[in-house]
Design a binder for this molecule. Structure first.
Ligand code: SDX
Length: 390
């Protein structure tokens, strides 16, 4: 404590706001969106329904959901000039970097979505963001593959559109496998929101200066990219593939994760809030079994993941630090079975987290939160006289 300032690196013990959106209990492994349990929502709701719930606070009636869907579909065309921006990237560019740039570029083509001074403008900016973000997110994949970019098909649902935007060939119709659509719908719900995590706090921080919604979401995408946050789902698969290539010796990698001189961490394990099982990981682990069995995929990576989890759950180092599998540990195994490449895994996380980012940004603006501006403890030089070193 120095005067009135409390130092709290990583804000581990600081609350930045009040919020009515998401409730977490890290000790009991509880996650609720607007009071509904994540287990109920993942089982009984659709991703568009949950997006509506997160953003507007109540589950929609059939009529409200249909209207929301129709209002989103008014904005599913992305300005063709955006292609000049995506063309400027090398094919090797990471999809998250392209997505962050394209999201910010949306402001150039939709200037009114910057300062949303009334409910009608806010609603339109929200519908535009949901419509266009999905399209540009899939364009990042098409770009890295060197494929032509696809357009949103307004005759299909949101998750079906994700599949056709990603995988439809220029010729012939595209029908998404309902098992895959159902699995993705559940995965997007599970990523919907998570109170003041790193990327959501970033969206709030950027939005608190009254920067526009696209710019705020773009900043959230960049924060999510980091391997300690959303980038972990890509890092988990790379770790599991490395263990598999190394002969599946999980004990060797457990030892590396515990070695303080080794920077290696067991990716997909540990959480700032959950000191018990991440409830999402439990649901995703079950879904991974179901999807791989239904699709007839026998992936040795899944067996390695389960072996790692079993070993960590009885290992003193992990148990004493309350390190359990988190949302990122199993999700990549499902994405991989669906044919989604590893460097697109964090883009998948961003698509799921979009309604949460929007809901939190909207709440911050409606609550007229002050601009975010934390203080510091100065530890640099005291006053010193200028003497040039030249
Ligand atoms: C997400 O915040 C959210 O809600 C995020 C998220 C969301 O939905 O938005 O849930 C999504 O980001 C999930 C987390 C994905 N990240 C990973 O899986 C990366 C691996 N995990 C970590 O690096 C770590 O656990 C964090 C970043 C998730 C949490 O870090 P903390 O809370 O700052 O904890 P810490 O780094 O201070 O670790 C505490 C101790 C340390 O050991 P000691 O110094 O006490 O000896 O636990 C150790 C750490 O070294 N530790 C690990 C470890 N995670 C923590 N050791 C080995 N492997 C790990 N994975």
């Amino acid at each position: 404590l120095t005067g009135f300032i409390t130092l709290d690196p990583g804000y581990k013990n600081s609350g930045s706001c009040t919020s009515e959106i998401t409730f977490l209990d890290g000790e009991l492994g509880i996650l609720r969106y607007r009071g509904y349990s994540i287990e109920d929502l993942a089982e009984k709701a659709s991703f568009p329904e949950v997006s509506y719930l997160l953003i507007f606070g109540e589950l929609p009636t059939a009529q409200q959901l249909a209207q929301f869907d129709a209002d989103i579909k008014k904005h599913t065309l992305v300005n063709e000039e955006m292609k000049n921006i995506i063309d400027g990237f090398p094919k090797t560019a990471h999809p998250m970097g392209v997505l962050s740039a394209l999201t910010s570029a949306l402001t150039a083509f939709n200037p009114k979505a910057v300062n949303v001074e009334n409910e009608k403008e806010m609603y339109e900016a929200i519908c535009k963001t949901i419509a266009k973000f999905l399209v540009i997110a899939t364009w990042t994949y098409r770009k890295t593959m060197g494929y032509p970019l696809n357009y949103y098909d307004n005759t299909k649902g949101y998750v079906e559109n994700f599949m056709q935007l990603m995988f439809r060939l220029p010729t012939g119709p595209y029908a998404a496998n309902p098992i895959i659509v159902n699995a993705l719908d559940k995965l997007f719900i599970l990523h919907g929101d998570h109170e003041q995590n790193c990327s959501t706090s970033t969206v709030r921080m950027v939005g608190s200066s009254h920067a526009g919604l696209f710019a705020s979401i773009s900043a959230g995408v960049s924060a999510l990219w980091g391997p300690l946050h959303g980038g972990a789902n890509q890092a988990v698969l790379e770790m599991l593939e490395e263990i598999n290539k190394d002969g599946g010796d999980t004990d060797k990698f457990m030892a590396k994760a515990k070695d303080k001189n080794d920077p290696f961490r067991l990716m997909g394990f540990g959480h700032r809030v959950y000191k018990n099982f991440d409830p999402r990981a439990r649901i995703i682990k079950k879904a991974a079994d179901e999807v791989l069995n239904t699709l007839g995929v026998d992936d040795p990576i899944l067996a390695i993941a389960k072996k790692l989890e079993a070993a960590a759950l009885v290992d003193e180092y992990f148990v004493s630090r309350k390190l359990y599998p988190n949302v990122d540990f199993y999700s990549g195994i499902i994405y991989r079975a669906l044919g989604i490449p590893t460097d697109m895994f964090t883009v998948m996380f961003a698509i799921g987290r979009l309604p949460g980012w929007i809901a939190q940004w909207k709440e911050m603006r409606e609550n007229k939160e002050p601009i975010g501006r934390p203080r510091q403890i100065y530890t640099g030089h005291p006053l010193r006289e200028f003497k040039s070193n030249k």
